[in-house]
Ligand binder design. Structure first.
Ligand code: SAM
Length: 351
């Protein structure tokens, strides 16, 4: 994702923001801070209307509609796999303003009227005032899809110090300056002690907040479900053993990428590589089974994007489709499949 406008923050704005973040405590953990910086109704990046009008996001659905069309084709295969049930729910996580939804539904409406009449579509997005953990929905058949949802979840941060992983908290000083402090924590229990020992001294890692609870919640929506997750990140935990004093955080503001979460609060996006190892573990403990994964480039190829590309005459559109495939950009994203309920699905996108 990238954003192409830069909005600076006045001292007064900063003071008001910090007052709210630290209203209950002089210190907060990173996930509390990031949750505020991204999703606070008045100041959060995703709620800030002024910024939203000026900002320019680039994600796959926004790059070109062929992305949504390929996902739609994959979903049609799921509906066929379940033997064309009368009701099929597509639950999209973090679908923002609904671009992916529009592309998927338009394609299905045009090319599969029978399926279209069976569709229920839920776009659950925090920025639209939806609270995922409070969504009360259950149906028999369907899928859960997401693009760049898990990388946008607030995370906590940890640093190796004196042989142990300490949690990093943020403390507000008298002059509204922010300082990091390290504290003992039990939030790293998911990692084995012998693994923690191998993390280089001073290196930082991030752990998504609430991921286990979110995965458990996802398992309650549908009795039979394929989950299609598209995001950037890593699956091999050894990735955390690379000496990384700044961790895997990325902030996007204007054309710039930086790693400083603590400045210009609310005016920049804050994301982090998805730890697919943890995601997979939590999904499995919630009853999902991993079917496999591939790169977005391969997924789109498998779904037939070449035919779409060849049938398109417009050179700009052709360029947009190419950027969906770029292995150094969106094409390098991971496409994961999980299944709940039956465990026999063979996704076309993987084969
Ligand atoms: C990086 S944006 C991706 C938007 C869209 N999927 C796309 O690809 O263009 C992440 C989206 O996830 C949403 N989000 C983050 N945390 C969420 C949560 N706990 N529940 C629902 N939506 C959430 C954000 O509001 C935001 O719209």
């Amino acid at each position: 994702m990238s954003i192409n406008k830069n909005i600076s923050q006045s001292k007064k704005d900063k003071k008001n923001i910090l007052k709210e973040i630290f209203q209950d405590s002089a210190e907060v953990d990173y996930s509390t801070f990031i949750n505020f910086a991204l999703y606070n109704k008045n100041y959060g990046f995703y709620s800030n209307k002024k910024r939203m009008m000026l900002a320019d996001f680039i994600t796959s659905p926004l790059t070109h509609k062929s992305f949504g069309i390929m996902v739609a084709k994959q979903i049609i295969q799921m509906w066929d796999y379940y033997k064309n049930p009368k009701h099929f729910s597509i639950i999209e996580l973090g679908g923002s303003t609904g671009k992916l939804k529009d592309d998927i539904v338009s394609y299905i409406k045009k090319y599969n009227r029978k399926f279209y009449r069976c569709l229920i579509y839920l776009n659950i997005d925090e920025a639209n005032n939806d609270s995922l953990l409070n969504v009360d929905f259950n149906s028999k058949y369907g899928c859960i899809i997401s693009n760049e949802f898990f990388d946008a979840l607030p995370f906590d941060r940890f640093q190796k110090k004196g042989g142990d992983l300490k949690e990093i908290f943020i403390k507000k000083g008298k002059e509204n300056n922010l300082k990091e402090v390290l504290k003992d924590t039990d939030k790293t229990n998911i990692l084995e002690k012998k693994f923690i020992r191998k993390i280089p001294e001073k290196s930082r890692i991030e752990i998504t907040n609430n991921l286990k609870i979110i995965c458990r919640k996802l398992s309650t929506f549908l009795d039979h479900c394929i989950m299609l997750t598209i995001d950037y990140g890593f699956e091999d935990l050894d990735y955390l053993l690379i000496n990384n004093p700044n961790g895997l955080v990325r902030c996007f503001e204007g054309h710039n990428m930086d790693k400083d979460v603590l400045i210009n609060i609310g005016n920049k996006d804050i994301t982090c590589d998805v730890n697919f190892f943890f995601l997979d573990q939590y999904l499995e403990s919630a009853g999902f089974k991993k079917l496999g994964f591939c790169l977005q480039e391969k997924f789109l190829q498998n779904m037939g994007i070449a035919n779409y590309f060849n049938s398109t005459k417009n050179p700009i559109e052709k360029q947009q489709i190419v950027s969906l495939m770029n292995p150094d950009g969106l094409g390098g994203f991971k496409v994961y499949f999980h299944e709940l309920g039956t465990e026999n699905f063979e996704p076309q996108g993987l084969n």
